[in-house]
Design a protein around this ligand. Structure first.
Ligand code: ATP
Ligand code: MG
Length: 254
């Protein structure tokens, strides 16, 4: 069985104004299925806001987002999740008072069309539980399955978020600063986990990351955001060599 290709993600002319302030301004981004895309840019450039618009957390005031040719601009967050769109947030998102296993299992259950129910005692061979155990094993968190999610280390929390995406049918993953706050000793492990998520192109990966050196070695293309727009979108080396990018963002003389 050949791996199904994830749907193409097209962002066209996305604009967002809030209270007269322009946050996003004519953002175009066409992401090829199964690629790894980095998004960089200075603080306040609009990177998180763009992810919010793609994932449905915020509604744009102009433009469209299409997934596999379907216009999802006005689709709800859960509907987008069912269409295969998943994300992590700039600050860790999980249920701190649930066990590590329950966090992943509930996500797997919801992605299989179930609800957020915690009231039943899942059997070990329940499909969502099996998917959760497999995902925790894959990210190296199996030994922490019964720990309370709020009690695990910061690096382990990022692994937990990735396990949550692995256990669901997510085909397009948006990672907002996955390396933030992760110790240098954990960075290589996290890079491997992101490669696991990508799974040879079974998932498309978009990631915002300030660790540019890590990003450049990982992604196929880089989008540079500046002041609510995309300044350049190209292969990593060409981005680094681009005088416009150097002047506007990297702060070096071109
Ligand atoms: N809900 C909101 N209401 C008003 N302004 C907002 C809102 N959300 C974001 N902004 C503003 O939009 C701009 C872009 O913010 P955003 O968080 O997208 O930047 P970013 O590129 O992710 O920055 P960072 O690298 O610091 O995470 C900022 O000026 C921010 O203050
Ligand atoms: Mg941000």
């Amino acid at each position: 069985m050949s791996a199904p290709t994830p749907p193409a993600l097209h962002v066209d002319g996305i604009g967002l104004t809030i209270g007269g302030a322009t946050i996003l301004d004519g953002v175009d981004l066409h992401v090829e299925p199964g690629t790894k895309i980095g998004v960089i840019g200075p603080n306040g450039a609009g990177k998180t806001t763009l992810f919010n618009v793609i994932s449905g957390v915020m509604r744009p005031t102009a433009g469209t987002v299409t997934l596999g040719g379907t216009d999802i601009t006005r689709m709800s967050v859960p509907a987008r999740a069912r269409a295969g769109l998943g994300r992590t947030f700039q600050t860790s998102s999980y249920f701190p008072r649930l066990s590590v296993l329950e966090n992943v299992r509930v996500a797997a259950q919801v992605s299989r069309g179930g609800n957020y129910s915690l009231l039943h005692f899942p059997r070990r061979d329940d499909p969502a539980t099996e998917a959760a155990h497999a995902a925790l094993h894959e990210v190296g968190l199996a030994h922490r399955a019964d720990a309370m999610a709020g009690d695990i280390s910061h690096g382990d929390k990022r692994k937990l978020e990735i396990a949550t995406l692995l256990a669901t049918d997510t085909r397009i993953v948006l990672l907002d600063e996955p390396m933030a706050g992760v110790g240098s000793g954990d960075v290589n492990g996290l890079v491997d986990r992101i490669r696991d998520l990508h799974d040879g192109g079974r998932r498309t990966v978009l990631m915002v990351e300030h660790h540019i050196d890590v990003l450049l070695g990982l992604v196929d293309k880089v989008a540079v955001m500046y002041s609510g727009s995309i300044l350049a979108f190209d292969e990593p080396q060409r981005i680094m060599d681009d005088p416009v990018v150097q002047r506007a963002y990297l702060g070096t003389a071109a």
